[in-house]
Design a protein around this ligand. Structure first.
Ligand SMILES: [Zn+2]
Length: 167
């Protein structure tokens, strides 16, 4: 995604010390913007993951970019969840990924996660903040099929749809 000053400022914290509310630091999204991107994508991840299996949409679409122009079925919710988790796997260390998996993917409460990982809650909070910034930066700068913004990601997969049905 190409970040404009206006787009970054919409997501920035007005009291951020890194960017002063502008959203950009050295031409790249500030940490506050990255955390906001993560939170937006994580909210969509939870909606996709918690959707009733029988209400999930399967779309039949044409692959226009490939050499073979064939039709295929796609599962948008599952694709979104997989891309979100793969983004985290790419940028996190094994220890941070373990925390991410426990706290974000599995949805463990903070107390339970801290006990399970044998660490204090303050250390866990610091690690979660680092995870949100790193993964958010990856999501914000990923090209060409970034999960952020979720509407564009989910809409792009449906753009070529010939018909959609709910199974
Ligand atoms: Zn900032």
């Amino acid at each position: 995604m190409n970040w404009t000053p206006e787009g970054a400022a919409e997501l920035a914290r007005y009291d951020c010390r890194g960017c002063g509310g502008s959203g950009l630091a050295s031409g790249e999204p500030c940490a506050c913007v990255c955390r906001r991107v993560f939170q937006v994508c994580y909210r969509r991840f939870r909606v996709c993951a918690e959707a009733d299996a029988f209400a999930r949409v399967v779309t039949f679409r044409e692959n226009r970019r490939g050499v073979e122009r064939h039709l295929m079925w796609i599962r948008r919710n599952e694709d979104y969840c997989a891309d979100f988790e793969a983004s985290a796997r790419r940028v996190l260390s094994p220890q941070l990924y373990r925390v991410f998996r426990l706290c974000h993917v599995l949805g463990a409460a903070t107390d339970l996660a801290a006990r399970r990982l044998s660490m204090s809650r303050s250390v866990l909070y610091d690690m979660v903040a680092e995870i949100e910034e790193r993964v958010g930066r990856e999501l914000a700068l990923m090209q060409p099929y970034s999960p952020y913004p979720p509407q564009a990601y989910l809409g792009s997969t449906a753009r070529g749809a010939q018909r959609a049905c709910a199974l």
